[in-house]
Design a protein around this ligand. Structure first.
Ligand code: NAP
Length: 291
């Protein structure tokens, strides 16, 4: 069997086009131009790249972006005070604090200081809490896990009653992905570094979400034939044939898994492009809510 390839790039492009249309309609109807404030603390090069990409995508969708940069030496007070200013700014509908924050800053306190109406990353403890509770709905859902769910649905996965295994329990990917699957009535197992017989657990899954950060750890013979596999991992693998000396691969051994799975996301071009698309959608929803 050869898996269907879930084209995250194409699905994200469709979603971004829909957001651009939604934004044009909102503004055309006299509503506000959605605005996203980005807060970048310190000089982590990867964070700078991510924020640049997010701002470019905003511009393409007709969303204003307001960049704010603080030095790595910024105090907790300075970061939270910037967030409070943005909370009060009516042009700003969404606030994105790029993680990780430099050592010494209290990430939880910063995320908590974001107004939940502007928490377009969905990391505020109230939004995560609502995601975890039955019968409650968060205002925003974290973008990467939400992107995983969009990909599964677009690929035609039946979530209700499915056995889903999420490998990884981070606050930003694994745990919210598991909570979203529970909301879709899947039966969910969450695995982590202390899980016993990981291959055996993964083999039971109709749906696998891999969010580990370990190069090609999930092998083809761990995958149940026909399973839907969503690979969130982004890892560098040495490759002397490339200019950079490396290429990006996921947490799943793609070449093996593609022979067994029913559907699978590639890396790159799978989950990665979805994160920004969902951020744009969340920002548009935040602006629509104020209109
Ligand atoms: P993280 O915070 O480091 O979490 C990794 C998780 O994997 C942890 O829960 C850890 O378990 C678990 N784990 C580590 N080694 C394991 C092992 N040998 N067996 C089973 N579980 C193991 O990472 P993250 O932020 O969730 O990111 C995961 C991956 O997704 C990374 O490659 C990252 O680059 C990528 N990512 C991609 C996007 C995107 O596509 N847009 C966004 C975010 C992240 P413990 O909890 O026990 O430590």
């Amino acid at each position: 069997m050869t898996a269907k390839i879930i084209d995250g790039k194409a699905i994200a492009a469709e979603l971004r086009a829909e957001v651009a249309k939604g934004v044009a309609k909102l503004v055309g109807d006299g509503g506000p131009t959605p605005g996203l404030a980005t807060v970048l603390v310190g000089d982590n090069p990867a964070s700078h790249t991510y924020v640049r990409a997010k701002r470019k995508a905003c511009a393409e969708a007709g969303i204003d972006s307001f960049p704010h940069e603080l030095p790595a030496t910024a105090t907790q007070d300075e970061v939270e005070s910037l967030v409070r200013t943005l909370n009060a700014d009516p042009k700003v509908h969404g606030i994105l604090v790029q993680l990780p924050l430099p050592p010494g800053l209290d990430e939880e306190a910063v995320l908590k200081s974001i107004s939940i109406e502007k928490d377009v990353d969905g990391f505020h403890p109230l939004n995560i809490g609502r995601l975890a509770q039955k019968g409650r709905e968060p205002l925003f859902v974290p973008c990467t896990p939400a992107g995983c769910l969009v990909l599964l649905k677009k690929a035609g996965a039946k979530l209700e009653g499915a056995n889903a295994v999420v490998v990884g329990r981070s606050n930003i990917v694994g745990m919210p992905a598991a909570l979203l699957l529970v909301k879709e009535n899947a039966t969910v197992t969450i695995c982590h570094s202390k899980t016993k017989d990981l291959p055996g657990v993964v083999r039971s899954a109709d749906i696998v979400i891999a969010a580990i950060g370990r190069t090609e750890m999930i092998r083809g013979n761990w995958i149940k034939p026909g399973a839907y596999v969503i690979d969130v991992g982004i890892n560098r693998k040495e490759d002397p044939t490339t200019k950079t000396g490396y290429r990006l691969v996921g947490d799943v051994a793609y070449e093996e898994a593609v022979e067994v799975a029913g559907a699978i996301t590639p890396v790159p071009g799978g989950v990665g492009p979805m994160t920004i698309a969902l951020l744009l959608q969340n920002t548009m929803h935040a602006a629509q809510r104020t209109a």
